[in-house]
Design a protein around this ligand. Structure first.
Ligand SMILES: *[C@@H]1O[C@H](CO)[C@@H](O)[C@H](O)[C@H]1NC(C)=O
Ligand SMILES: *[C@@H]1O[C@H](CO)[C@@H](O)[C@H](O)[C@H]1NC(C)=O
Ligand SMILES: *[C@@H]1O[C@H](CO)[C@@H](O)[C@H](O)[C@H]1NC(C)=O
Ligand SMILES: *[C@@H]1O[C@H](CO)[C@@H](O)[C@H](O)[C@H]1NC(C)=O
Ligand SMILES: *[C@@H]1O[C@H](CO)[C@@H](O)[C@H](O)[C@H]1NC(C)=O
Ligand SMILES: *[C@@H]1O[C@H](CO)[C@@H](O)[C@H](O)[C@H]1NC(C)=O
Ligand SMILES: *[C@@H]1O[C@H](CO)[C@@H](O)[C@H](O)[C@H]1NC(C)=O
Ligand SMILES: *[C@@H]1O[C@H](CO)[C@@H](O)[C@H](O)[C@H]1NC(C)=O
Length: 561
């Protein structure tokens, strides 16, 4: 079954929005400018390309519950809080469906869903039009079955600002379909939070870095046979476009023309520590939200993963002999950026070298085995070698003013941890070529991230798996003038994943078992917020191909707004 569709959509866009950003790196996110109104009665659907999720057909259990009907208007710091009660039938499959309508002027907004202290889904919204949009996303959340089996505090956070300028509220409905999958996919028996654990206070359990210490103490039961940690990590505000940041030593190169730039380099690493030992890392995917760079790119289809931010998985089975001692251990998440090295060769990474801010949370997914084990408390063998290199060069005009900055960053990390329980290995490769030209009016970043990972799980060989991924991104932007009111921009980015798969549902591949994914989106957009004449339009070519559950699915869409 191969689906191939080609859509061409056009919309006339007119709008008005006061300038809300002044510095170049900060104009990269813009609130919606669109007044599009082909038919004012029917809201414009805004889609994300993804393979549809299907709930298994079962006669024994098929229950739909409405988990939330809620309008997020002035909802900054005011999440939805509800009580979830499991349905009465024997279910092992849970698919949620979120439907959102909005009209007015608004930014894209990040949102998270929690069961108690554990974040189970991180998403973001499309930007509304004056006449209204609608979007819907379905997600398989069966990996959290052990949470769904008990009553839970359901917390949904969508921090929105709603006032005279930002007039878009989000009307949302969240449903869950509970059913029985005769294939009985595996699921974690116990899920422990790496979060601030604020569920009982009706608050989202999420850390903000830098600032918070994203560290918790957890004691594992002694009959665990294998375990993974899943981490959600998203750059926001001055870290939203971290892959375009310059080296710290260059942030003032264009002071006299465009002001200071965002620093700490274009490389970020998310790290997991168990006590004082590194347990693995994740090199984040450059998520671009629905208002990211230029809104004209992202209508009527948002960018890769905007409705479903993948989490990063680290197999911690090799740590079990160390962890199964009946005592509590610290699980910590760090985000590190590049220390200032003057653009001069080897660089180091640290938690103080990031801007504000990253939102992170994690969970430990534990699988019980037959036997109880009294750990020897022997630490696993860990080997790692990060190599970060940075160069930077400026060109000057005859009077000494800097006309252009070229910089490059490359990074490699080999990581391995081994014990009698198994091994976890990662081999990661990264490069970024940055250019700030025309005295600050032109910026270009060409980045590539490649990874190969493998888990060997001795007690449950079916959970041994390999994963490889590549995510390249090229983003260029040319301002018309130093008032930053108009720019042309191009983007070309993609995501390829090849996973041998595991018997449980992965928080990274979003499926059970083997999966191949190939996505690419590229195009050009123009943005203008000249007073009384604000608009953004773009052309995009989007390709999506996924093979999962033995069934291929593909789409190819060209949009022209
Ligand atoms: C949102 O809900 C409110 C209250 O029911 C309604 O007045 C409004 O029209 C809805 N907006 C959209 C965009 O659906
Ligand atoms: C494993 O240990 C937990 C916690 O002590 C217990 O609740 C569970 O029943 C045990 N499971 C098995 C399969 O032994
Ligand atoms: C650039 O601007 C910043 C912030 O205004 C200031 O602290 C810094 O001294 C300036 N640097 C140069 C080289 O002008
Ligand atoms: C493991 O520890 C428990 C509690 O300390 C003890 O009762 C048990 O005998 C130990 N088992 C083994 C195999 O050493
Ligand atoms: C330096 O030269 C550039 C172009 O050659 C010009 O745009 C700029 O205004 C000059 N700056 C000063 C301070 O003279
Ligand atoms: C982006 O800019 C780089 C550097 O100037 C250039 O090599 C590349 O062709 C540009 N890409 C696009 C799509 O404009
Ligand atoms: C921006 O793109 C428009 C066409 O959309 C073109 O007319 C204009 O020359 C471009 N400007 C720059 C600075 O590249
Ligand atoms: C923008 O439009 C408003 C109302 O239509 C008008 O009062 C104002 O002068 C206009 N501003 C500019 C810069 O044209």
């Amino acid at each position: 079954m191969q689906l191939q569709r080609l859509l061409t959509l056009a919309a006339v866009l007119q709008g008005a929005l006061a300038a809300h950003r002044s510095r170049p790196k900060k104009t990269l996110e813009a609130a919606s400018l669109f007044k599009a109104a082909a038919n004012p009665q029917s809201p414009l659907p805004i889609i994300q390309l993804y393979k549809p999720v299907s709930a298994p057909q079962s006669s024994s259990c098929n229950v739909q519950q409405t988990l939330m009907v809620h309008t997020f208007a002035s909802s900054y710091g005011v999440p939805y809080v509800g009580q979830y009660i499991p349905p009465g039938c024997d279910f092992n499959n849970v698919v949620i469906e979120w439907t959102v309508t909005s009209a007015g002027r608004q930014f894209d907004r990040l949102a998270e869903m929690y069961l108690g202290d554990i974040e189970v889904w991180r998403t973001s919204t499309a930007e509304p039009t004056a006449s209204g949009i609608i979007f819907r996303y379905e997600k398989d959340l069966s990996m959290y079955l052990s949470l769904w089996k008990s009553p839970q505090q359901l917390i949904f956070s969508l921090n929105n600002v709603y006032d005279n300028i930002y007039t878009g509220a989000f009307n949302t409905t969240l449903k869950a379909i509970f059913s029985y999958n005769p294939a009985k996919p595996a699921h974690a028996d116990l899920i422990l939070p790496i979060t601030p654990q604020l569920g009982s206070a009706g608050q989202p359990s999420i850390f903000t870095l830098p600032g918070d210490s994203a560290s918790v103490q957890q004691t594992l039961p002694q009959n665990v046979s294998h375990a993974t940690v899943s981490i959600a990590a998203t750059g926001q505000s001055n870290e939203e476009f971290w892959y375009t940041n310059v080296l710290q030593s260059d942030i003032n190169d264009f002071n006299s023309t465009v002001g200071s730039l965002l620093g700490f380099g274009p490389f970020r690493e998310v790290q997991l520590f168990i006590d004082d030992m590194m347990a693995g890392v994740a090199w984040p995917f450059p998520i671009v939200f629905a208002g990211g760079i230029a809104p004209g790119f992202w209508r009527p289809a948002v960018g890769i993963d905007a409705y479903d931010l993948r989490e990063y998985e680290i197999d911690i089975t090799p740590f079990l002999p160390y962890l199964l001692d009946g005592k509590s251990h610290a699980f910590s998440i760090r985000v590190v950026g590049m220390d200032d090295n003057g653009g001069n060769g080897a660089a180091t990474l640290s938690t103080s070298s990031i801007n504000s801010y990253w939102l992170v949370s994690g969970k430990i997914l534990l699988f019980y085995g037959e036997d109880s084990y009294n750990g020897t408390h022997a630490a696993p063998t860990i080997s790692t070698s990060p190599i970060i290199q940075a160069t930077s060069r400026v060109d000057r005009t005859s009077n000494g003013t800097i006309s252009s900055l070229s910089y490059s960053v490359s990074a490699k990390r080999s990581f391995s941890v081994k014990s009698s329980y198994g091994s976890w290995t990662q081999s990661l490769d990264y490069s970024n070529q940055g250019l700030v030209g025309q005295a600050g009016l032109f910026t270009s970043n060409i980045q590539r991230t490649v990874g190969n990972q493998a888990a060997v799980v001795n007690s449950a060989p079916g959970f041994s798996n390999t994963l490889s991924f590549t995510y390249p991104i090229t983003a260029n932007l040319t301002y018309k003038s130093a008032d930053f009111t108009q720019f042309n921009t191009s983007i070309d980015y993609g995501l390829q994943i090849s996973s041998s798969g595991r018997p449980d549902l992965s928080t990274f591949t979003l499926v059970t078992g083997h999966m191949d994914l190939s996505e690419r989106q590229f195009g050009d957009a123009f943005y203008s917020n000249v007073p009384n004449n604000s608009f953004s339009y773009g052309i995009m070519d989007r390709r999506f191909q996924e093979l999962s559950y033995g069934i291929p699915y593909s789409r190819h869409i060209k949009t022209n707004t």
